[in-house]
Design a protein around this ligand. Structure first.
Ligand SMILES: [Fe+2]
Length: 388
């Protein structure tokens, strides 16, 4: 009989063709007439952004585009975007893209009106206040950032990933349109899809979870595992894309009022050192962290195997856990996601640094099983030397 609270004030609009209707969907919110459109060069290059910009301009908005951001976005990029926000007297942010664009969009909505740097907010030096309205239009199915209260930014000077986290950072509006994800290349579909799956698993299992997050997470796991192989094989399959975007949304709603855990702590450390795509970095650690965590709560991890349809109701708990680990390994292998020792730049000499960054990560304490530096090192070594 645990006490808990769950809160999400984001209006969610999910539907095929929603991107074309952005101005119509946005109208009742009265966000002002000047918009900073935040995206990244890759997404702009796919041609997804200009029709959205045009739809907004045709409806009378003044729109300025900011797309100078990297895959693992930097604090310096957020500060540059905030300067442009003020220069064009923007009143709202429309972020179109994956996690990078949405996370930078959130940071600009905070820093534009208030000044400062991401570090100052993450470190509690400046208060989260007076944040411009944020509208998110995800173009991948993975991050869930369209409904979460956090934004993960890399400090350029230290390579450290910092997390801006506050209820006010939740977008006002999330506009989801599975059509936008149909052109996502298979490798990105695979990596972002596994990221979404990890959000559901960690949001469900972490120490600060709650019954609402767990219900959302269980549903997300089932959807993602069933749809991801098909979305990867045939990106034009709108049914698979719809299910994946829904799975990613549910996973975002799951961990958004809970936390992530050890997989993300390792993945963020890896990403900050080598710029590894976030979903790939999650994938390389997932089976090993699950194996470590399962010993803390066998019953709960056996349930995960059943939600993902890797195990049957009649399986014993220990068989279900074996099937969970094998199922996850086969899933990521069939998605052709590289292993830790195949990733560019990764070397064992950096393991101390990866361990140190993982321990420092605020989500370490949320992991279902207490985890320390030597546990992290063991997981890293096992993942690196594994043949599977
Ligand atoms: Fe993630």
């Amino acid at each position: 009989m645990e006490a808990y609270s769950y809160f999400c004030n984001t209006r969610i609009e999910m539907g095929i063709g929603n991107a074309k209707k952005i101005a119509q969907i946005l109208e009742p919110f009265n966000v002002g007439s000047s918009i900073l459109l935040v995206s990244d060069p890759g997404v702009v290059g796919t041609g997804l952004v200009s029709p959205i910009q045009k739809a907004l301009e045709d409806a009378g908005y003044n729109v300025t585009l900011f797309d100078a951001l990297s895959q693992n976005p930097r604090d310096t990029e957020c500060i540059a975007g905030a300067a442009l926000f003020n220069e064009c007297e923007a009143q709202a942010i429309v972020a179109v893209g994956g996690g990078s664009a949405m996370d930078v969009g959130k940071a600009i909505a905070l820093i534009g009106p208030n000044g400062g740097s991401p570090t100052e907010y993450a470190g509690g030096i400046r208060p989260y206040t007076n944040i411009a309205p944020i509208i998110c239009v995800p173009t991948t199915a993975g991050t869930g950032s369209e409904v979460t209260r956090s934004s993960v930014i890399t400090e350029q000077a230290t390579h450290r990933k910092i997390t801006l986290k506050d209820a006010l950072l939740r977008p006002l509006l999330a506009i989801l349109d599975p059509e936008l994800t149909q052109t996502v290349p298979p490798a990105v579909t695979a990596a972002t899809g596994v990221d979404a799956l990890v959000h559901a698993i960690e949001g469900y299992t972490c120490k600060v979870s709650n019954p609402i997050s767990r219900a959302l997470g269980a549903s997300a796991m089932e959807k993602i595992v069933s749809a991801l192989p098909e979305a990867y094989r045939d990106g034009r399959n709108i049914e698979a894309r719809f299910k994946m975007q829904e799975g990613s949304l549910l996973a975002g709603l799951c961990f958004g009022s809970a936390d992530v855990a050890a997989v993300h702590c390792l993945a963020e450390a890896l990403g900050s050192l080598y710029d590894t795509p976030h979903g790939v970095a999650n994938s390389v650690f997932l089976p090993y962290v699950l194996k470590f965590n399962a010993q803390e709560d066998i019953q709960m991890h056996a349930r995960l195997a059943k939600y993902m349809n890797f195990a049957q109701d009649s399986d014993t708990e220990s068989l279900a856990i074996d099937k969970l680990i094998i199922g996850i390994q086969e899933l990521t292998e069939n998605l052709a996601i590289p292993k830790l020792n195949e990733l560019p730049g990764v070397k064992t000499e950096d393991f101390d640094k990866i361990v140190e960054l993982s321990v420092l990560n605020g989500s370490t304490k949320s992991n279902v099983r207490a985890i320390n530096a030597s546990n992290y090192r063991k997981i890293l070594e096992t993942a690196y030397h594994s043949e599977n």
